[in-house]
Design a binder for this molecule. Sequence first.
Ligand code: ATP
Ligand code: MG
Length: 552
Amino acid sequence: MSTDNQLSSNFIRQIINNDLKNNLNNGKVATRFPPEPNGYLHIGHAKSICLNFGIAAEYNGTCNLRFDDTNPEKENIEYMQAIERDVQWLGFEWHELHHASDYFEQLYNYAVQLIEQGQAYVDSLSAEQIRAHRGTLTEPGKESPDRNRPIAENLDLFKRMRAGEFADGQYVLRAKIDMASANINMRDPALYRIRRVHHHRTGDAWCIYPMYDYTHCISDALENITHSLCTLEFEDHRPLYDWVLDQLQTPSHPQQIEFARLQLEYTIVSKRKLNQLVTEKYVNGWDDPRMPTIAGLHRAGFTPKAIRDFCERIGVTKQNSWIEMSVLEYCIREDLNENAPRAMAVLHPLRVVLDNYPDDKVEQLEISNHPQRPELGKRNVPFSKIVLIEQDDFAEIPPAKFKRLIAGGEVRLRGSYIIKCNEVIKDAEGNIIELRCTYDSDTLGKNPEGRKVKGVIHWVSEAHSHLAELRLYNRLFKVPNPDNEENFLDALNPDSLEILTGCRVEASLSDAQPESRYQFERTGYFCFDAIDSVAGKLVFNRTVTLREGAWE
Ligand code: ATP
Ligand code: MG
């Protein structure tokens, strides 16, 4: 995907360019990102965030963060805080922070105005009856007997709805539009419902709550949003968005523009389903590194830059399509390959004793942190008589083309000496427990005389290494589209997490900080887990494998 391609494929920029040419909105561009605080943000939201904040930045405009908090049953403060944190972590700053609940009084007054204009009425039909009256795509709806209730009566009832005189569900306020409209959203949609639920911000001040479609357009208008970007499923709601604003004298009339949702293979992007994974403990919380949440990606070691790069690459179109997980992995690999310092970690240690190395000697070998970037410096890696190597870097009976250590053979320890294996020590069951080797003191930083040694393997000094737990994450689902399954839970990958205890990492990793990311040589990209690490056991999460396709 070339950059030119992306720019021209972004139809939203074309619309805005055109609006600016016609001097619409006095040349201003104002967007907003409007999450409902009913869960943590996921990678789909990242697309919307990058788009809204990106457009604002590009046009020297503004982008607000607005909590669309009109469903108090499902929303809470923890989610709001997580959303703020995640937006900031992604690298964006909002112009103003708002809550739809800040507009409850204004929304109520606008509703009174609609009633006064004869464009809204209080209906006593039950939710079921309203559904039954709604009609279908091929049949018009049926008018409610309350549709022509006199204005004064509607005003009185609506006031009393607010005052708490009626039971939940006893009445709703509906817009009076057109029960025969081809668009079902226009068949007298509900504007307010009675709901006695405590709201995390307004407490018990309200027992009626405005519906999403009614709230959203007015909130946009009150904030003087110019371009209200939302996902394609709201296309059929646009006539209602415009209808509400057309009836009222709001400060502005924003333009709703729809774009395709991000759908990512091998995962799900629905807060409701992610919530189920958390509450039913299929994962360890919203920030489990297997989750497609921003918090999960963060903990796994993704960088904000890689996520922004991903959102840029996938582009913004009107066509729903599936994005392969490899695109996201490519973005993080690119970033980490360039920026993550190298380090050595041994996942399955095998003891190597260097018989000709002095017992108490310790050398501090200087090894560069990044092979292509000398400016990232060098670190000291201690070397001593006993080193640990990866069990599968030794083979007694080597398969064809095996370039690592074999009995009687030689291999180079990365950044260190060439060693030769002289003897294989086994336990009573025949398991290899130790290799007796010798090192060639004349091979530090240079090739040996008269022979070629091709293999290079990673290692740590036993006495100087730290115990570590490495968590290897794999895809959360077994199939590309878990939503297609009868029950998405059936498609969970039982092998999505492999925990390796007993790993050993090089001495320098005791300096790891939250967000410290490394390429463990020959093993993968890992991020320090500051939450679960304790003294004596460092925990690292695998962000991504070194190469594509190395998942299974
Ligand atoms: P979910 O079903 O996961 O709750 P939602 O659309 O209901 O998603 P909101 O909190 O209402 O979630 O979304 C905030 C903004 O993010 C909306 O403008 C929405 O269109 C956008 N958004 C949500 N999911 C995606 C997605 N997968 N791709 C792109 N934008 C998305
Ligand atoms: Mg929603």
